[in-house]
Design a protein around this ligand. Structure first.
Ligand SMILES: Cc1ncc(COP(=O)(O)O)c(C=O)c1O
Length: 397
């Protein structure tokens, strides 16, 4: 115990599947003095956070708020409030996180009907339509927009339209996608959408923005059974996050005050950059990274049509020691990247360009560090071609 003192984290460059680098403005905001969670000044800030989240989600939904826990709690908030025992839910799985949705449904005593797609492929709308037709009366369709385990972006607009046509609610995971690619909740007609603070929003981990549309709110009001989770019961949380100046707010739990200062600041930064500019930045940096890797002789797992700009999954060349490369990147350059999950373990690297970590500096540093590391361990990569290939995209006029 004598040796234990203040914790000073090492300096890292976060280029894995999340968290992403947090801007000093966000860290400074989080270091401001803690005030009470019912303090009028805090309550004003809460209203601003809700307005900014509506901007991020491109929605007018009144029930838009940050859940005081990470993305998994946002997922659980959607399922626990909308699904009741005995309901049927069509769950799409094309990576790790669809499997977690299935587990949520199962634990609620409901019946998950799985629509499986290979890891690395987008959710196939034709299969979803077949499942909806085969299960009339299904309460909801659930899918992951940006699968962080594979780097795939699915066609949310088409999937939400299918759910609406079959009178099913649509639950969408945008933990990685929100802020980095368009998530127009109202245009999609998505009913319940959740995200995370630590990916494209580039805030510290631990907060999960959620938004619920009118059909979802009606479904919550029409429940026959109480929500199984007290903490995530939106009918209770709403009384704290209620709208309107001077509205009486009642205590539900002590909000993570300083974490919410951080989320507020990161959303202010998103607003200042302009969300469309943020989407183009993510797209351009991702295109540059992929071009650089290709020039080096490495191949992305996901083709051009459906890749997620925030996360590039890169095939590990034959004979290369996958964890060794990650370790050397961390030790020699301070760069964190991710390894594969599930069936992709040992076969891919996952390289994130999310939020503040989506910059030309991250792209070029990662490419040169990867090239040097692979060369040092004897892998066959072409020298000196990756960074120029990326620069041609980054700085083309
Ligand atoms: C697509 C997706 N959904 C859900 C989660 C869970 O979020 P959290 O780890 O913040 O609980 C993650 C986290 O990586 C994710 O990438």
């Amino acid at each position: 115990m004598e040796s234990i003192s203040s914790f000073s984290p090492p300096r890292r460059i976060l280029m894995g599947p999340g968290p992403s680098d947090v801007h000093p403005r966000v860290l400074q905001a989080m270091a401001r003095p803690t005030i009470g969670h019912l303090d009028p000044a805090f309550v004003d800030m809460m209203d601003q956070v809700k307005a900014l989240l509506r901007y991020a989600f491109q929605t007018e939904n009144a029930l838009t708020l940050p859940v005081s826990a990470p993305g998994s709690a946002g997922m659980e908030t959607c399922f626990v409030n909308l699904i009741e025992p005995g309901d049927t839910v069509i769950v799409c799985q094309n990576g790790v996180f669809g499997g977690r949705m299935k587990e949520n449904v199962r634990r609620l005593g409901a019946d998950p009907v799985m629509v499986e797609n290979a890891w690395g492929e987008a959710v196939d709308p034709a299969r979803v339509e077949d499942a909806l037709k085969a299960n009339p009366g299904a309460k909801a369709l659930a899918f992951v927009h940006g699968e962080t385990s594979t780097g795939v972006l699915s066609d949310a607009e088409t999937l939400c339209a299918l759910a609406a046509r079959h009178d099913a609610l649509c639950i969408v995971d945008t933990v990685t996608s929100l802020g980095g690619v368009p998530v127009p909740v109202d245009k999609w007609g998505a009913d319940a959408v959740y995200s995370g603070s630590q990916k494209s929003l580039s805030c510290a981990p631990g907060i999960s923005p959620v938004t619920f549309g009118e059909r979802a709110v009606a479904a919550i009001r029409a429940r026959k059974t109480p929500v199984q989770s007290w903490f995530l019961d939106l009918t209770l949380i709403m009384n704290y996050w209620t709208d309107g100046a001077g509205a009486a707010r009642s205590y539900h739990h002590t909000a993570p005050v300083n974490a919410l200062y951080g989320l507020h600041e990161s959303l202010v930064m998103l607003r200042q950059e302009g969300i469309e500019n943020c989407w183009s930045r993510h797209r351009r940096n991702s295109d540059a990274l992929r071009a650089g890797f290709r020039a080096m002789g490495l191949e992305p797992l996901v083709g051009e049509g459906s890749h997620l700009p925030q996360l590039t999954t890169l095939k590990v060349p034959e004979g290369v020691d996958e964890p060794l490369v990650r370790r050397l990147l961390l030790e020699n350059y301070g760069i964190e990247i991710g390894g594969g999950l599930g069936s992709l373990a040992g076969k891919v690297w996952r390289i994130g360009l999310m939020g503040q970590s989506s910059s030309p500096a991250h792209v070029t540093l990662c490419l040169s560090a990867m090239e040097g590391t692979l060369r040092d361990i004897g892998a066959n990569v072409s020298d000196g071609t990756a960074v120029p290939a990326a620069q041609a995209i980054l700085f083309e006029s």
